[in-house]
Write a protein that binds this ligand. Sequence first.
Ligand SMILES: [Zn+2]
Ligand SMILES: [Zn+2]
Ligand SMILES: [Zn+2]
Ligand SMILES: [Zn+2]
Length: 235
Amino acid sequence: MKVKKLILMPITLIAIFLSMLPSMVVTAEHELSADELFASSTRNIKYYNVGLYYDSTCTTSATTLRSEYNNATTAFRAIFDMDLTLSANNVLLSSVLNGGNCSLGNNNACNTSCGALANCNTTHHKGASRLNALLTSSNFYIMRVVGHALCWWGDEYGGTPTHRTTIVGLGQVVGRNSIVSTNSTNLRRIMQHEISHNFGARHITCAGSSIVKCIIAGDINSWCSACSNNIWANR
Ligand SMILES: [Zn+2]
Ligand SMILES: [Zn+2]
Ligand SMILES: [Zn+2]
Ligand SMILES: [Zn+2]
């Protein structure tokens, strides 16, 4: 009697389990709707005209600059449905970005000998804002790459502007223009950071931290929700 009970118990349990199985399978399964099935073809990919200018002090080859740009923008396609593919035809040399007659050498940003610090954005040879105002286009997003140091009069957190001499890039916040220096250790990351600024990502609202990854906080291929929302709003 005792033996019979012991055998019957597991059999009963298995039977109950098996009877539940079909309904479990049905509820676990997810029927794809037509919208989901065709999601990839109905995504609203936006295509952009993009161009890259590099200056005569830049020692990185045009081929490498193009691949760094295209690698930097791959994640925009995957995450934000934005196509920012750069063609070889749109990578051009322009010596107007070379810092002109700055006597301080390529590795040094401008100082008061180049003009008042507060006038950096309009008069300094290596002023990133001044250089971003050159070679603009009404329908192209322009990336500038220089082989020299950059400087900027401003504050990315909206505070009191100062003369910044250690920046490696500058992107207009909602704009078509950005500049990066090959003095940066990770060109791809700086490009992705500045392009994010072009589409509205801001330091002042970025939620990036040691826990939340974001390109504006120094990561790569990731955006915090605040920066992500800004990009979706401005793409
Ligand atoms: Zn100078
Ligand atoms: Zn300056
Ligand atoms: Zn962010
Ligand atoms: Zn920034």
